[in-house]
Structure formats: C-alpha cells, structure tokens
Design a binder for this molecule. Structure first.
Ligand code: GLC
Ligand code: GLC
Length: 807
C-alpha cells in the first residue's frame, strides 16, 4: 500500500494523505541552519547544534505523536483548519505534501480555499523561509484570517525540557514592525537571538503561548485562530511563541502570497544593544529587507534548486528502471548529504540532545558524500583525525561545536582507526589531492603533538597489529562496528552503559570482523604509501595484510562461514557449536571484501551460508538464530528482543557489505536482489508494513524473529545511506574512482540490460554506456578505442570521455 508517489522530474516525494503510518519527514538546510519538517508540518529548527542552539521547541515521544511545529491556521468564515491537516485535523478536500531537495511544500484545500506553504532554507542563509500562498478557488469573495505559529525553545534543548524552576521565568521577546524577536538569555551571556517576521502588514500578533492557545488547550484548540483575533500579547516568562495575524480579502481566483522569515542572528558582544534592553536588530532588519518581496524568496528558492542540480550532477544513471534511477540520482545521494550534515544527532528517532559525531560514523559517511562537496569532506577528515590518540586509537565521538573528543565515552572501540584510512582513501581517489596526506594534524587536539595525516594513517594501520590477541587477530576492545558486541564488559546492573562499564581487562577477545576490515582497508594504506614512493612501508603493509588473511583462514573459519569473534574466555562467537548466534553477517561481508577465501572457495561458501541462514525477503538479518536470553559475556546484542536491532534485526548498514562481497565473487544476480530488498524505492508498495519514509533508508528493519518482521525504524541518519550508495554506484553499476583512473567494473543483475552513467570527477565528464548480460568482467572502449583492463586514466579537466563497457 502506498501513501503517495515519487515525482522524479521535480525530485520530490508526493504524500497525498496526512494518514501515513508514521510522520514522514524532510530536512531543510545545507550548511549551518537546519530544520526538520514532517508531512503535516511538525518539527523544529536549529542553528548548527540541535542541542545547544535550538530555535523552536519540539516534544519527542509525545501524545499525540508529532505535535508541535510550524503551524499555519486559517479561519475562513469561522471554519478553522490548517493546510498540513495538523494540528486541527479538520478534514481537507485535498492534501498534498511534496518533500524535495532541502524544501517541503504543504498544500491543503478546503471549501474553495487553497493554502500552500513552501518551507526552505536559502543557500548560505541562517534563516528559514515559509512562503504561504492562499488562493480562492471558489466563485465567492472570501475574507480569511491567516495565523502563523511557532513556539520558541529556550536555546538549550535539554535544559528546555528539564529545568522549569528557572526556565518559566526567563522567557523574553520584543516586537517591532510586526517582527517578533526571541531574546531569552540575551540579557546575560547569549549574543544571539531569533526573529520571525513577515513581508506584509499584520492585523495582530501573539508571543505568549497561553494567550494564543488559551490555558490548558492543545494546539488543536488554539483560542486565537478560533476567535480570529490576536491578543497582541507580550510574553514575560512562561512560554514565548511567535504568531502573526494576517487578513486577506480574495476575489474568486485571486491569490495572495506572504513570505515569513525565521532567522538566527548573532551580534558582537560589545554591540549587543541599540537601546537599554533593546536588541541591536540591524542584522535582523537586513535579513527581513532581503526578503521584503515574494520575488526575492522565489529567487532564493530557484538558487536552492540550482545548488542541488550542481550537487547531484556528479553521478547520474539512466537505466530504464525508474526505481534504480531515482534511488541513485536523487534520494540516496540526498540522504548521504543529510546524514553527513546531521551525523546521528537530529531525526525523529534521535533527539538532537544525545550523541556527538562518531569517529567511525563520520568516516563512513564520507564515502557517500565525498563526491558531492569534496572541500567539506577534506575539512571533516582533518577534524576527525585531530581526535585520534598517538597510539592510533581514537575518541569514539567528538562534539561538533567544539570539535573535541568526548571524554565520557573515551576510546577503545578497536575498529575506529581503520575507518579513517577508508575515508581518506575515498577522498584522495575522488580528488587526486595527495597533498592532504602532508597536512599537519594534531593528536587529541593538541597542536604540540601534530604529525602528518599520513602518519595518522600509519598509526591507524598499526593499531590492530599492536592490539592483537592470542590468534594474531585484532582485539575487539569495547566493541567493533557492532556497538552491541561487548566482550569485555559483563554488565549486570540496569542502566549501566554496555560499552563503557568494562570490568574485565581484556587481552583475549578478538574480532574477526576487524580482521576482515584490515584485509580490505589495509591495501588502501599500502597503495597510498606506494604512491608516495615509500616502497618499504608499502611492502610491510602488504605483508601484514597477507598475514592477516592467513590468520583469518586459520583461526577465523567455522567450517561453512567466518566466525564472528573470540570472547573474553577465548570461546568462539558465531559458530555452529553454540545454540544461538551461530552465524553473523559482518565478517561474511567484510572478510570477502578483504579477499579472504576468494581463491579457495571459502568466500562463496560463506555467502551461500548467508543466503541460506540470514536472508529474508525484507533483507539480510544480522545474525541467526537470534539470542533468546541475555548473555553477560556478549553484552548489549543479547539485550534486545529477538529480531530487533543488533539481535537479528535487518541492520541495513551491513547489507551492502554482502552486496559488495557478492560482486567480488561475481554473483551479480544475488548482489542485485539483495540491494533491491532493502532499497526504499522498491519497498514503497509495502509502505504499510515498512512504515517509515519510502524515500530514505532506515537503520533497521525488524528481522524474521520479530513479530513485526519487515517494519522499519530509525530512518534517515544511518551509515546505510553511504554504504548503499557505494554498493550501487561503485559495485553494481560499477563506476568507481581509482587513484589513477576511473574504474568501470559493472556487476549487476541481467534485468538491467543497458544503462548509461554520467560521472563528473576531477573536472572531466565520463559518459559510460554499459551493455549488460549479468555476471562480471567488462571489455571497455574509450573514445572508440579498446583498452586493456578496467581503469580509464583520468582525463584533463574540461574533457568529456566516452566509454563503452560490454559485460
Ligand atoms: C549505530 C551506530 C554505529 C554502529 C551501529 C552498529 O548505527 O551509529 O556506529 O556501528 O549502530 O552497532
Ligand atoms: C545502542 C544501539 C546501537 C547504537 C548505540 C549507540 O547500542 O543498539 O545501534 O550504535 O546504541 O550508542
């Protein structure tokens, strides 16, 4: 069942009913000012940091769900409704929400009045535009009242939800020329304020929530819109809000458009006031002036669309399969951008108050982002590497505002160091910027301890070798990629952190997954060293990788698949010898990606075991059989009910590792099938089962042991976005950057018989036409001439290169 459809021409998902199975959201903003917005207008805005600079209030886990947002209310002759359906839930004659690239347009129509609101953040602007268009579609004159509404958050979102003894006394606003200024805490240490204005004369305003809603009322019972008169209230403590009242007289067919602007402004500390107690509003006035006309907002919207044209132009495919095309060309890349911007901070499942930037998460997010804005990827690499320790380990997380490592969580997640190598390799291949390797980068943010980025990578590479266990395999530490496999923790108290309450010394528990990573990512390090002329280091690295492959073959094989780990006692994890958790997905994918068992048949055997034991029509589960009891020696993974999250859920992040592994062994049909199983566009028809947005990946789909098998959770912010983009663009469609040239190596199901990829990289454009018969191994021509191998040397900037590939 569907609740809308894709409009690929407009790059939009069109939701045609407010009654989706879950709030279906979108993101506004690309750089510093961001908003989350659901299809019924719920959500909130923030500047840079969703915890520390929250502009508007949102209540997570609320009843009713998704209450609170940017609401426009209409009073048409006493009939009160909202174009987004919520909060009034007045039935609409037509409802439509279009989520596009960085914007959302919500349209409602009732009794011959159409109200459409376009929400977006202009490029390079710290403000959100809400452009409202009212159209009289009836044959009668209409006099209607329009009310805007949003509720301010007192900046620190966590404090805002907890510290009422203080907060209910500190709210302050100013109103000038119809613009509403939020200035709570501006009198003391804050040098920033928010403004909400509109480019038309207002009939009234409100800034006090109790006046606007009426004490004790819900958003759906708001008093002011029902009375069609504002209270002109000035908040003093309690709950500051912003609402404008506009009156429109519309003849049949007539339209009125209003541009509202919600802005974030900062002042110099010594230039904060223009009169005692009055904010210096020069910045806000300039912002409102800039959008004094509707045309200015239209132009900013056009600029936003051009911005996205440019971004999405660097990788496009035309295949004849519209689901494949829209995934690759539009939504997967869009999600990569959003995930890169938000990390794991703010979604409808992440409150914006929790986690910082993950060392491993951000390194992997780079993979799907680096081709979009390489300069920003470069900055991010330096930020991440600066939180590494001298021994190659790393803070597991760092805070985006300070860029400092997070002490509470600390380090000891032994997969972290290797992801940095992978991110840097992707950046260098994309850009050819080998110079980044010579950048001086601090350890632990201490400039006195700076070394070249290449030296950071050397320490990353050495980390699993130094921290090796009894079988010569890397020690796992607190956890590896699977945060929930906690082999040195043994947590018995409710509420303890599974990751940091380690009470065992360790030194035995080894991860075959990290070993697989080392085999797959180590060669990238060797290649970088070789290109820098350091043959001795490259040789050393290649030998270490060969040794690791041998160690995995000897100690990491269970007979039909790769083991997952050795635990604290040296017992095997992921073996047919135990009752539960016999086979785990992660090492099957990554060891094969690392070339283990490709020659002796173990790779294919491992992947056959995945197919037999882990695969389902909704995706590949993380492990099987699911754990039915808590195992103190395994940790959080066994804390989840069977089929959810890491305990045998379909954890979409690691499905692409199996997809890529299948392309390593040349099984294009399986790779293609696995990709389609979890790709949102292919799951659109079962939206009532899947429940979250059909245009973006979710972190998890409930596995076969769960009552709600096939139901997704935790949509938007997940490494799934970048890994699936890597899988489909680089391995199925097979166009991936190498160090010296563009590699064309398709391996996609025969269903896709012919396709063209346009790839812009390093200033040149490559048009690659593929005729496919399934399988793997293409013969190439470049500008009509056959070439050996599958790597097309990079052309000069400005060139267009025509490539054909026949599989
Ligand atoms: C979450 C974390 C990620 C981790 C994964 C598996 O998505 O953000 O770092 O690898 O869970 O546990
Ligand atoms: C929990 C989740 C895991 C996530 C971690 C982040 O362990 O199960 O997916 O990565 O929290 O701290």
């Amino acid at each position: 069942m569907q609740f809308g459809h894709f409009d690929d021409q407009a790059r939009e998902y069109v939701i045609t009913t407010p009654h989706t199975p879950y709030p279906w959201i979108n993101y506004l903003g690309t750089q510093d000012f961001f908003g989350l917005i659901s299809h019924t207008g719920g959500g909130y805005s923030f500047y840079r940091d969703a915890k520390l600079r929250r502009l508007t209030r949102y209540r997570y886990n609320n009843v009713p769900v998704d209450d609170g947002g940017r609401y426009f209310s209409i009073n048409d002759g006493g009939d009160v409704w909202s174009p987004g359906f919520r909060p009034y839930k007045t039935e609409l004659d037509r409802f439509e929400t279009r989520h596009g690239m960085g914007y959302t347009r919500i349209t409602g129509e009732r009794n011959g009045l159409e109200a459409s609101v376009l929400f977006f953040v202009p490029v390079d602007t710290n403000a959100e535009i809400h452009q409202v268009t009212l159209t009289n579609t009836s044959d009668q004159d209409k006099s209607v009242s329009l009310f805007s509404f949003l509720e301010f958050c007192l900046w620190n979102a966590e404090d805002d939800q907890t510290n009422y003894q203080r907060n209910l006394s500190i709210g302050e606003v100013e109103v000038e020329d119809g613009a509403i200024y939020h200035k709570t805490e501006y009198r003391e240490r804050r040098d920033h304020y928010a403004v909400y204005g509109v480019n038309a004369p207002i009939a009234g305003f409100d800034t006090d929530r109790d006046t606007f809603l009426g004490f004790g009322n819900g958003f759906d019972e708001a008093a002011v819109p029902h009375a069609a008169t504002s209270g002109d209230s000035i908040a003093s403590g309690w709950y500051p809000i912003a609402s404008h009242h506009l009156k429109a007289d519309l003849e049949p067919g007539e339209t009125a458009t209003y541009t509202f602007v919600l802005g974030y402004l900062e002042n110099d500390r010594d230039d904060k006031w223009e009169a005692p107690g009055a904010i210096n509003k020069a910045g806000a006035r300039a912002l409102l002036d800039r959008f004094a006309t509707n045309e200015a907002a239209d132009a900013a919207f056009a600029e936003l669309n051009e911005y996205w044209d440019g971004l999405l132009g660097s990788y496009t495919v035309t295949s004849g399969d519209e689901k494949l095309d829209r995934s690759v060309n539009i939504w997967n890349q869009y999600q990569c951008m959003v995930t890169y911007n938000m990390s794991r901070s703010a979604s409808y499942f992440e409150t914006g108050m929790g986690r910082g930037m993950g060392f491993r998460d951000s390194s992997q997010d780079l993979l799907g982002f680096v081709h979009l804005v390489p300069e920003r990827a470069r900055e991010r690499i330096i930020d991440i590497a600066s939180t590494q320790f001298e021994d190659g380990s790393a803070y597991h997380q760092y805070q985006p505002l300070t860029k400092r490592g997070n002490h509470t969580l600390g380090s000891g997640f032994n997969d972290d160091p290797l992801w940095l190598i992978l991110g840097v390799a992707a950046y260098v291949k994309e850009t050819g910027d080998f110079g980044i390797l010579d950048e001086m980068v601090p350890f632990d943010n201490d400039e006195s301890k700076a070394a070249t980025l290449m030296e950071h990578l050397r320490r990353s590479f050495n980390h699993p070798l130094v921290k090796a266990g009894p079988h010569g395999l890397p020690l796992i530490g607190r956890a590896d990629w699977n945060d929930c496999l906690n082999l040195n923790c043994f947590s018995t108290e409710p509420g303890e952190s599974f990751q940091t309450t380690g009470n065992k010394t360790g030194g035995v528990a080894e991860s075959i997954f990290i070993a697989g990573m080392f085999c797959a990512i180590g060669p990238e390090y060797a290649a970088l060293a070789r290109r820098r002329g350091d043959d001795a280091e490259a040789d050393r690295a290649e030998k270490a990788v060969a040794d690791m492959r041998a160690a995995v073959t000897e100690h990491g094989w269970d007979g039909e698949w790769f083991l997952r780990a050795y635990d604290y006692y040296g017992n095997k994890v992921g073996t047919h010898e135990t009752q539960d958790g016999q086979i785990w997905i992660e090492p099957q994918g990554y060891c094969v990606m690392g070339g283990v068992g490709v020659e002796d048949g173990k790779a294919v055997q491992a992947l056959d075991s995945v197919r037999e034991r882990l695969n389902t029509p909704h995706g590949i589960v993380l492990l099987n059989p699911a754990y039915t009891e808590y195992h103190v020696e395994l940790g959080e993974v066994t804390s989840y009910p069977p089929g959810y999250k890491e305990n045998a859920g379909i954890f979409c992040h690691n499905n692409p590792w199996v997809i890529i592994a299948e392309t390593v062994v040349g099984r294009s049909e399986y790779a293609w099938e696995y990709w389609k199983q979890i790709a949102p566009a292919y799951r659109e028809e079962i939206s009532e089962v899947h429940r979250t947005e059909p245009y973006v990946y979710a972190q998890m789909i409930a596995g076969k042991d769960a009552a709600r098998h096939g139901e997704a959770k935790n949509s938007w912010l997940t490494g799934t976005a970048s890994w699936n983009f890597v899988a489909v663009s680089q391995h199925l469609l097979g166009v991936r950057p190498g160090y010296d040239g563009l590699i064309v190596d398709p391996c996609i199901g025969a269903e896709i018989s012919e396709y063209t990829v346009r790839r812009q990289i390093r200033g040149a454009t490559y048009v690659i036409t593929v005729s496919n018969s399934g399988g793997k191994g293409a013969s190439l021509t470049v500008d009509g001439q056959p070439i050996d191998g599958n790597e097309v040397p990079y052309a000069a900037p400005g060139a267009t290169v025509e490539i054909t590939a026949t599989v």
